[in-house]
Design a protein around this ligand. Structure first.
Ligand SMILES: *Cc1c(COP(=O)(O)O)cnc(C)c1O
Ligand SMILES: [Zn+2]
Length: 419
């Protein structure tokens, strides 16, 4: 299946990230020449014609950036729950506690299915619809399945999502409630992903768009909106430092790409930025490669509570390493206790309840400040990519009622709770 991009559309071709070979805008994620991953390439002149006013007059969601995306230019072609324009929260109390000057939390738990995955799914499925697919699917660590299932329900398109069998119950229910097919696989995410790659090659799944497999190049572009939005919310400028959680590493590479693009097309002033990546100790193949100063990413068998980040063989790992090295950033990882503490630290100081991935990111931010890798005086944005209620078990043993008292004044007074 393939479509011809309408005249004036920004996307031009799929381009191999390794060898530069070009392909039409079809459902394909790897290069026939070198097996490298494909990425969407754009018409530079079309992008350069985009103005701040044009974006600012758009809707209050990711589609304000449609002139910079590979799908959804015409609202009638969108498959979407209209994610985006999530809060950028000034985090002065957290900054003070960490000894930092200017810190912001980009809170993407505010999206319709409560994670940043709504962005990538809206772009991927809008492209998939244009390519003629009639069923939507994914290989997921949890949040992606939630989002694909919700998008399918909204669009009236059948869905089939594949997840590892041992996900948090809240994430399973939050997929299943939309009434599509939910397939729990007796294996890890990496097993699920391998299976889905195999399925895309079969006749039975010819009609099925796997958002992060056969239409992955479009999916990946959706992450750019997390870079665009932060720049726009800061008044059209790029922050000096960003701290981003990594599973496949795609989000990190695309926020970096978004910043480059904004400068290239003249939407923000030229400036430099540093990209920092966060993983958990239970799944740290990208950070480990950086620490060992190698390009070789050795796959791991993931463990630990940050399940949404548990990709042991990260597809965009090499590109995440490149972005972090080029921008003079760093990567680090934290263990489960530090993740729990990160969730509680963020909640206590900002009023944002993050899932385990957000706990990873905040705990890594703390570690980066303490190790001197991150400049506490430079303006920093830390990304919270998911909602705490989805991984409530992570902290349910740590927090609960602070007092339990009888329903009378005397008891409340005795507990020392009166003013
Ligand atoms: C998927 C996910 C990520 C990371 O995504 P990649 O692009 O694969 O690195 C981060 N946070 C949450 C909550 C996620 O669900
Ligand atoms: Zn190639």
């Amino acid at each position: 299946m393939s479509v011809t991009a309408p005249a004036g559309a920004p996307a031009r071709a799929l381009v191999c990230r390794n060898c530069g070979a070009e392909y039409p805008l079809i459902a394909q994620n790897a290069c026939y020449e070198c097996f490298g991953p494909l990425e969407v390439g754009y018409h530079d002149d079309v992008l350069r014609a985009v103005t701040r006013e044009q974006i600012e007059s758009g809707p209050d969601n990711i589609w304000r950036y449609a002139p910079l995306l590979p799908a959804g230019q015409d609202p009638a072609t969108r498959v979407t729950v209209n994610p985006g324009m999530t809060p950028l929260i000034r985090a002065d109390a957290l900054a003070a506690e960490l000894g930092m000057k200017t810190l912001w939390v980009k809170d993407d738990s505010a999206n319709p299915t409560h994670s940043f995955k709504d962005r990538v799914v809206s772009v991927a499925l809008s492209a998939a619809k244009g390519l003629g697919f009639t069923r939507f699917a994914c290989a997921s660590t949890g949040n992606l399945a939630n989002s694909v299932a919700a998008h399918g329900a909204r669009a009236g398109v059948p869905t089939i999502v594949f997840i590892p069998y041992d996900l948090e119950q809240n994430k399973v229910v939050t997929s299943a409630v939309y009434a599509g097919d939910v397939v729990a696989i007796e294996g890890s995410y990496d097993d699920v992903n391998r299976l889905c790659s195999e399925l895309t090659e079969t006749d039975e799944f010819e009609d099925t768009a796997f958002v992060n497999v056969n239409v992955r190049p479009y999916y990946a572009e959706g992450s750019k909106t997390l870079g665009y939005e932060v720049a726009e919310q800061l008044g059209w400028r790029i922050p000096e430092q960003v701290v981003i959680p990594m599973a496949s590493g795609e989000l990190l590479t695309k926020v970096d790409k978004a910043f480059s693009e904004l400068i290239d097309v003249g939407l923000v002033p030229d400036s430099s930025w540093r990209v920092f990546g966060a993983q958990s100790a239970g799944c740290n193949p990208i950070a480990t490669a950086l620490h060992a100063d190698t390009d070789q990413i050795t796959p791991v068998k993931p463990t630990g509570i940050a399940k949404s980040l548990n990709i042991g063989d990260p597809a965009a790992g090499p590109y995440a390493l490149e972005a972090v090295r080029r921008t003079n950033g760093w990567m680090d990882y934290v263990n489960d206790d530090e993740i729990r503490a990160g969730i509680q630290l963020l909640a206590r100081t900002t009023g944002v309840f993050a899932e385990t991935a957000g706990g990873v990111t905040v705990a890594v931010l703390k570690k980066l400040v303490e190790s001197g890798k991150l400049d506490p005086d430079a303006e920093t944005v830390v990304y919270n990519t998911g909602e705490g209620l989805k991984t409530i078990d992570a902290v349910s043993a740590q927090v609960g009622p602070t007092h339990t008292v009888a329903p009378n004044l005397k008891a409340v007074r005795a507990a020392g709770l009166l003013g």
